[in-house]
Ligand binder design. Sequence first.
Ligand SMILES: [Zn+2]
Length: 64
Amino acid sequence: MDVERCDRCGEPHDKTDPAALAWTREIAPDGRVTWLCVTCSRRHLRDIEAKLATEWWVGPAPDA
Ligand SMILES: [Zn+2]
């Protein structure tokens, strides 16, 4: 079965979990749909807002 997973940490996207609603859906330039779990969405919020391609993201950010 093809389970959607967080593109960063690999966590499965469990749509029966209310928290799954907070996941971030990203569409890559090649049309591929990727998902980010809540933790990774928060961690990379600035990268996402800056529309940085994920290859420019640097590891886990220190907690602000
Ligand atoms: Zn994640």
